[in-house]
Design a protein around this ligand. Structure first.
Ligand SMILES: [Zn+2]
Length: 261
């Protein structure tokens, strides 16, 4: 998969009427006239030459207020995962070359170097990819949405904030989103995705909350390293992209620029 388009959180294409309304409104380079003390009360927008209207957030440094285009966290994390995946594949190949050397020619230092670099890239990849999915499910649930759980004697109602805080990402993904959108991912595909996402979650959890499992066995962290080596990186990346695009078409969009950046 090529690198994706790095998108802002909010962006609109203005039509001719909107452009003239904007030009007649007198709105212009407000940033320069807003004092840093008040900057946080404003949301800045950029009007680009190709008539896009893009949301920014204010950032004050040395008494000056700047307007930073607010990135979309879902694409930001996904792009991060892609960045590390690029190095991960190379690093895995290098590590495998070290592992497969005959025992007499084995260079422990080189093998450890390769393991460290491979594993660092894997940790970043898995964490970013899972974060992308996690950010997506929280972002896409509408503000006013309520999730009802009907029991025998009563009905529980969860609002967006309660869902965000107390439901697992998997529950949001597989139980809440199909109700929000009244759409289901095709059964066979969903089964596959569930397996892939569960593996990704396992890896992410092992990385974030690394546990020592060595009381009964000296290889206390083997599980984590073996998972990293056996993980299907491309399947996980595609699954996350497909799930996101199922609910928000084209949010994850390959960039056609042809540059490897
Ligand atoms: Zn590009």
């Amino acid at each position: 998969m090529k690198h994706i388009i790095r998108k802002p959180l909010r962006e609109w294409k203005l039509d001719a009427d909107a452009v003239s309304a904007l030009e007649n409104s007198g709105a212009s380079i407000l940033g320069k006239t807003i004092s840093p003390k008040l900057a946080d009360k404003f949301v800045g927008y950029l009007h680009t030459q190709d008539d896009k209207f893009i949301q920014t957030f204010p950032f004050t440094r040395n008494g000056n207020t700047y307007h930073i285009v607010e990135p979309h966290p879902v694409t930001l994390y996904f792009n991060g995962a892609q960045f590390f995946l690029k190095h991960l594949n190379e690093r895995k190949t290098l590590l495998l070359m070290e592992i497969e050397k005959p025992i007499m020619g084995l260079d422990v230092r080189k093998q450890l170097d390769a393991t460290y670099t491979f594993f660092s890239n894997f940790s970043m990849f898995a964490t970013f990819l899972y974060n992308s999915l996690e950010a997506f499910v929280n972002y896409i649930i509408p503000e006013k949405f309520e999730f009802k759980v009907e029991g025998k004697r009563n009905t529980e109602i969860w609002n967006k904030d309660q869902i965000q805080r107390h439901f697992s990402t998997e529950k949001k993904l597989w139980e809440v989103l199909p109700i929000v959108f009244d759409r289901h991912i095709e059964e066979v595909k969903e089964k596959d995705f569930r397996k892939t996402i569960l593996k990704l979650k396992d890896c992410r959890d092992e990385i974030t909350h690394t546990k020592y499992g060595g009381d009964s066995h000296p290889n206390g962290y083997k599980k984590l390293f073996v998972m990293a080596l056996e993980f299907d990186y491309n399947a996980a990346l595609s699954a996350v992209a497909e799930i996101i695009n199922f609910y928000e078409p084209n949010l994850i969009e390959e960039c056609g620029c042809g540059v490897d950046h």
